[in-house]
Design a protein around this ligand. Structure first.
Ligand code: SAH
Length: 364
């Protein structure tokens, strides 16, 4: 018998689950069975896992648990988007968004409580950063979405609150589970990580995971990007672009998706489109133009539709696939950059400080 905190089985990917069952004196396949019960069948009660022996169930009751985030609010939007607010053990809240679109059902998943990157046009940034999510808190969002909608998602995007590459291992393990055929069975083209560009972790990710890559670019030159996406001061474009090119190099089907939020009078001129074309030359690319989603207290405005279309046409004529991302769920504050959650924990601690950012090791 062991003492201490029970192991949350949601924190374990397949390998970790197999190892855990071996440590209990059982066999790796027992671990695989439990993985299937939890993620494929949505069963979290050990007594319903009927192919486990009584003895094994008894040790699970003693040592393990399946601890999910708790849904405290479910908000449906007029356009079919659903936003869930989920509460974590210590009272913090994160947000998860479900985006149905024809045959495609995408879940947009958060990776951190808040975010430390401080992008000037993002509402999450205003909340500051508190902590990284655990594997269980990340995959728990997909678990809930699957149960609430009555079917598994066809796509997952790591595009909710937080910077996924600043929470490396848990995000990688959770993305393993998304792709595992005993869990959510998503192909490597249907799991997308979105990053502002933590360059060393892009190189690391490529070695341990095979997923689609989206990068928050938002500006065609360092001067403007330093202002909009301050992590650019640490990892400027001349480092970011080659890292992204390398990421997709070995798979002819892959392209980098560049996210580009359209900010009125800031980054939406034809000269900037031209600079963008030059910047991306030689990198297999597609561009997602995102109309800026406003939030209280911001001075930015979204570019007028004609300007967005002119920008898009310029890119298309240069042979770059450019799409306008539909704004979804803005009536429930579920659109890109509008997710805020509750970054404070019960003790009332906010974590907006420079110190916290330094702890994350992002800005040195
Ligand atoms: N930190 C990761 C994940 C967030 S993804 C990243 O930066 O990629 C959320 C996407 O929405 C990013 O591309 C982000 O730049 C964009 N975004 C943030 N605020 C926005 C806003 N107010 N309007 C439109 N898009 C926004």
């Amino acid at each position: 018998m062991t003492t201490g905190k029970p192991v949350n089985l949601l924190d374990l990917n397949r390998k970790a689950m197999e190892d855990y069952f071996v440590s209990l004196g059982a066999k790796p396949f027992h671990g695989r069975n439990v993985l299937k019960w939890i993620h494929k069948h949505g069963v979290t009660d050990f007594d319903q896992m009927t192919d486990l022996s009584k003895k094994l169930r008894a040790s699970l009751h003693m040592e393990a648990e399946v601890r999910l985030p708790k849904i405290v609010l479910e908000q449906p939007s007029l356009d079919g988007t659903v936003k869930w607010v989920m509460e974590l053990a210590n009272g913090q809240r994160i947000e998860t968004v479900y985006l149905p679109d024809g045959n495609r059902n995408t879940v947009c998943v958060s990776s951190q409580v808040g975010c430390a990157l401080n992008c000037s046009f993002c509402a999450t940034a205003r909340q500051g950063f508190n902590r990284n999510l655990t594997v269980g808190e990340i995959i728990g969002q997909v678990w809930h979405a699957t149960r609430r909608m009555g079917k598994a998602p066809t796509n997952v995007v790591m595009m909710g609150m937080g910077e996924p590459l600043a929470n490396f291992e848990p995000v990688v393990d959770a993305m393993d589970l998304m792709q595992d055929d005993l869990a959510y069975l998503l192909s490597k083209y249907r799991v997308t990580i979105s990053t502002s560009g933590i360059v060393p972790n892009l190189y690391r990710l490529r070695k341990v995971s095979d997923v689609s890559l989206a990068v928050s670019l938002h500006a065609p030159d360092n001067e403007l990007r330093n202002e909009l996406v301050p992590i650019n001061r640490k990892y400027p474009l001349e480092e970011l672009i080659p890292a992204c090119r390398e990421f997709v190099r070995d798979d002819k089907r892959r392209k980098v998706t560049w996210e580009y939020v359209m900010l009125d009078g800031v980054n939406d001129s034809i000269a900037q489109a031209r600079a963008l074309i030059r910047l991306l030359e030689g990198t297999p690319s597609k561009i997602n133009l995102i109309p800026f989603n406003p939030f209280p207290g911001t001075d930015y405005r979204t570019s007028p539709p004609e300007r967005i279309e002119a920008f898009r046409q310029k890119l298309m004529r240069a042979g770059i696939m450019a799409m306008l991302r539909k704004t979804r769920g803005d009536d429930i504050d579920a659109a890109c950059g509008q997710l805020v959650g509750k970054v404070q924990d019960r003790s009332g601690r906010t974590a907006v400080s420079r110190h916290q950012r330094q702890q994350q090791g992002l800005f040195s």
